[in-house]
Design a protein around this ligand. Sequence first.
Ligand SMILES: Cc1ncc(COP(=O)(O)O)c(C=O)c1O
Length: 371
Amino acid sequence: MIPVCEPTLTGKEKEYVDDCLNANWISSGGKYIGLFEQAFADFCGAKYCVSCVNGTAALHLALAAAGVGPGDEVIIPSFAMIAVCNSVIYTGATPVLVDSELDTWNMDPAGVAAAVSDRTRAVITMHTYGHPVDMDPILELAASRGITVIEDSAEAHGAEYKGRRCGSIGAMSAFSFYGNKILTTGEGGAVTTSDPELAERLRSLKNHCFGVPRFVHREIGFNYRMTNIQAAIGLAQVEAAEELVASRRRNAERYNGLLAGVPGVKTPPQASWAKNVYWMYGILLEDDFPLDRGQAMAALRERGVDSRAFFHPMHLQPAYERPMPNRPVVRGPMAAAEELGARGLYLPSSSHLTGEQIEEVAAAVRDIAGQ
Ligand SMILES: Cc1ncc(COP(=O)(O)O)c(C=O)c1O
């Protein structure tokens, strides 16, 4: 079975982890935290990086640092990973769901404009599967209304919007370093920003807002600290980052070439103003594909190819059906989110896929398409 995604650990990960063990620095102190944070900030083109335990915590920290709380609204795409919506719910604020665009698979800037209210405090722009959101209209609107823009770049390590890397565009940007991400620390996350005050707030919030004296706390923080061991793996990953990103793009080009012209298969978006990093190589199965998505995934599995269905939109999640004070609200139609959620799947996407594996996957897709 060719798996959907595996970590690529071919650099100095083991050497750096051994160094942590030998030095007895295995908790959240130690040199690798600072080294990893600086290297990752540089990679993104941001001034600061604040590491944390995972991408969900990174989103929660960014929202908390922006001062989001009960009574506020946060605009997010309905077609999203559930951590985006849950992180808003954790703050007590209400997620406001907007539809996506079929040509980028990202939140529709016009939908964002239509969803703004006097209570809107933040927007989370999730760069879906590695393709950047069209940020300019959202940044402009947000600046005029005093709204904080938080990128969710969990899936977009190294992706670019008009020459700027994701992670350097919004006021803050959340990252995940889960095992299937382009750069991984096993579990892990970070928030990048170029604002020194926000960086300071993020550092305080992730570490219980220790005060002066130390055990006098003036705010309620969290323990979201990354360990030195995770950061050691992270540093080795950042050292290999340009190559990991380049492999993702090379693999996608190969797939695009091999799947071009297969009836009913829509290959991933690539807007002229963006550089997709193809975290996952997603395809949409259109009406003229002979199988529905479930049948296609089963048929691929029979041919030794693993795949995953796209996200299930937030406005259809059973978890939010129960009564709750800040239940996600829908403003506007959700046709694109539903179409993406129903028709999309992603194919094996590890950075270290070989050309032969990509050919095998593409042959399986063509085979089930009857080509
Ligand atoms: C877009 C997005 N945001 C947030 C997260 C949450 O990150 P984590 O799993 O590290 O908590 C993920 C995924 O895994 C994601 O894909």
